[in-house]
Design a binder for this molecule. Structure first.
Ligand code: UN1
Length: 502
């Protein structure tokens, strides 16, 4: 079993050992709230490193798939226990590398703990079906079989939760994995794999190769021995992943962009809706796939909502997420901040009004980070780019609407379909919205963020490719159904023929 020491310069984790990348080159991981703070240097790996990791995972597969699932699950259970002990340290490190406030990084670690316990429990279930055969003296059942080496490509916004969403179901089902963490936030994945190793995960079962998408992600998704790829990130990159997987028919799960909406009806509890829109829009600096980047408000309550919402957004304290009085951290990096600033310009040119915010923050306490004011655009038209395109930053576009029908049309009028929400006290409207909102997740009287690990997570349209992660559906993605018929009649029985109805 590996013992990992974390010097500031990190290595790849292959076959239970920390090994230098073949390139001997590194990528700096800097704190986005204070770029003087170097969190660590992580390998800038190449295809050669990917090949070694995939080979290790392939070699480890047979032994791991034959380890009884309840035993595999015990390792996960122990990993969850270690995460609980280290929760605070994991959260502090995550805030340093990712920027979101401590309350949120604690939540991110908690989400990993929840997922790990959930999948540890699945080790004693992994249920299939038993069902009568149509023929006498014949038995029929379906069981779950592992698939093989999984290539996992994870984003920077949930640096430990999303790796756990992918790794835990993969491992409990008996697969081995190679993970490429986001280059902005690899440390949290290192911690997770280190914890799994300490919990007893055998060598080669989980491997990390750090680096960029083109240098590591691409060879991973194209590797002939990788049988499954799970990717969370942008729709543009998701398309590349999908095409790479198509050639060799790899199982492929994509979790991509969102342009999530909160609908505020005229009978809503407005203060509650404002609370939800603040949390949904500016939590994680808007850098969630599930962020509420659009709000459509009934004209009868539009002014009240907009006034309260903008006033609350203005009061949010932006800064270093390690400080206790901070509500919102920085953008993850300079490129992301530039994207936010670009969209603020686009919004202005499109004629949307800025109710609050609109500027980069780079003076005083903000001088060394990638900060931006919480920004609220009002009087937006649903067709504006700021109402159509994913910004992934602290920018919320508010639109007026007149009815539930119009609200649903606005909500569904984007290419994404991850999460949506309605604030209303009318039970009929709430049920119509649940039925007609074309998203994978719908909230009633709660914002668009806050998914729990035991339910399916994912979206429709260009948010996903039909799979769900999290909850029981994760098992369907990380295992292959095997249907087994046992004939104990001692003679040939022909299905559909010997038992034909006519
Ligand atoms: C993501 O933004 O990619 O529901 C994941 C939520 C979190 C997960 C978000 N539990 O916002």
């Amino acid at each position: 079993m590996a013992t990992a020491v974390f010097p500031n310069a990190h290595k790849n984790y292959i076959n239970g050992e920390w090994v230098e990348a073949s390139t001997k080159k590194g990528i700096e991981n800097r704190n986005p709230a204070n770029t003087d703070d170097l969190v660590g240097i992580f390998p800038a790996s190449s295809a050669e490193d990917v090949n070694r990791a995939v080979e290790a995972a392939k070699n480890a597969f047979d032994k791991w798939r034959l380890t009884p699932a309840p035993k595999r699950a015990e390792i996960l259970f122990r990993a969850a226990e270690i995460m609980i002990e280290r929760k605070e340290d994991l959260a502090v490190d995550m805030t340093r590398e990712m920027g979101k406030v401590l309350a949120e990084t604690r939540g991110d670690v908690q989400e990993a703990i929840d997922m790990t316990y959930l999948m540890a429990g699945e080790g004693r279930r992994l249920f299939g079906q038993t069902t009568p055969s149509e023929l006498p003296n014949k038995f029929a059942m379906s069981v779950r079989a592992p698939i093989g080496v999984c290539g996992l490509i994870t984003p920077w916004n949930f640096p430990i939760a999303i790796p756990s969403w992918k790794m835990m179901p993969a491992l409990v089902c008996g697969n081995t994995v190679v993970i490429k963490p986001a280059q902005d936030t690899p440390l949290s994945t290192y911690h997770l794999v280190q914890i799994l190793a300490e919990a007893g995960l055998p060598e080669g079962v989980a491997n990390i190769v750090s680096g960029t998408g083109p240098d590591v992600g691409a060879p991973l998704m194209n590797h002939p021995d990788v049988k499954l790829v799970s990717f969370t990130g942008s729709t543009g990159v998701g398309r590349i992943v999908s095409l790479a997987c198509a050639g060799t028919f790899k199982h492929c799960h994509l979790e991509m962009g969102g342009k999530n909406i909160i609908l505020v009806m005229d009978d809503a509890n407005i203060d509650l809706a404002v609370d939800g829109a603040i949390w949904g829009g500016f939590g994680t600096s808007g850098q969630r796939c599930t962020a509420a980047s659009r709000v459509a408000v009934h004209k009868k309550v539009y002014k009240e909502f907009v006034d309260k919402f903008a006033a609350r957004a203005k009061k949010l304290r932006v800064g270093d997420g390690l400080q206790p009085d901070i509500d919102m951290g920085p953008a993850i990096n300079e490129t992301q901040l530039q994207t936010v600033m670009k969209y603020v310009e686009i919004g202005k040119q499109e004629g949307a009004k800025i109710a609050t915010g609109g500027n980069r923050l780079n003076k005083g306490a903000h001088a060394k980070g990638w900060f931006h004011e919480p920004t609220v655009f009002i009087d937006c038209d649903p067709k504006m780019r700021i109402c159509q395109e994913e910004i992934f930053g602290p920018v919320v576009s508010v639109m007026p609407m007149n009815s539930l029908d119009e609200a649903i049309e606005i909500a569904n009028g984007v290419k994404y379909g991850l999460s949506s929400s309605i604030y209303t006290r009318n039970v009929n409207d709430s049920f119509r919205a649940q039925r007609d909102l074309d998203t994978g997740i719908v909230y009633v009287n709660a914002p668009t963020i806050g998914a729990e690990t035991h339910l399916p997570f994912g979206g429709t349209k260009q948010t996903g490719n039909g799979h769900r992660e999290s909850g029981a559906p994760a098992l369907d993605f990380y295992s292959e159904w095997k249907t087994i018929y046992i004939d104990y009649s001692d003679h040939l029985q022909r299905a559909q023929i010997d038992n034909a109805t006519t």
